[in-house]
Design a protein around this ligand. Sequence first.
Ligand SMILES: [Zn+2]
Length: 302
Amino acid sequence: MPELPEVQTVVDDLNRKVVGRKITGVWFDWPKMIKDPYDQSRYKIAHKHVEAFKKALKGKKILRARRRAKNILIYLTGDLLLLIHQKMTGHMLVGKWRIDGKKVIPIEPKPVVEDPYNKYIHLIFYLDNGKMLALSDLRKFAKAILGSTKEIENLPELINLGPEPLDQSFTVDELMSLMRSEQRKIKQVLMDPEVIAGIGNIYSDDILWTAKIHPFRRANSLTVNELKSLYKSMRKVLIRAVKMRGTSTSDFRDTGGLEGGYTDYRLVYQREGEPCPRDGTKIKRVKMGGRSAHFCPKCQQL
Ligand SMILES: [Zn+2]
């Protein structure tokens, strides 16, 4: 699933590529993706709502894009805000496509045409410069919600989020006070968006390896020095991953359809059996709930 660095990559791209453009039309073939801000249930699709989504977007200008946790927020004229969550396999692309019956045929750019990961287009926003903003999503779990700025900004999924780890205002003291009351395993806590926003399976593994902390340690058992190291590692790993435009071990691509550079740089995530970059010990993988944690048994001890 796209995490903070992947979503930030998309948002930075959108600010560069589509800000100032007007939406001239909307196409989709999976109405379940379009959620009503008041009723997001997956199974009840109000036809009226889906039509209203199309109508409301037509003629609106894109003012700016912003990231909050793993959400993409696109501010539009008319006091509208479009929230897109890419979920498991979704990613936004900017290019050109042609609809032929039930088929969506990619025209440009080249990586979008050639990479099969970019071919699951289910939602397209037509722009006034002839280009299109599209969502490719193999598993079709991504969602788009449109409402007034206030309505969207006050959705529980945004209101209940924890602090942004890369915000200037997020201090080591704040991290310490968040962890003090946490009895869960540190990896689990790092991946809980209501504690800290935007970190998932990939970056929690690499952050904990950098900080030399075992993923199963109880969060409230970490020492002051370990918490300081965790704070530094969090920033270091996330900043580097943003610079390298994210990870593409799964479906993630940037808006040009290209893979992220952090894939080759990964420290321990999905590197079971490979040598620890610090001491050469074989990286281990252990199950944690429905997920896996990757770590070095030598430099990350329980
Ligand atoms: Zn090691």
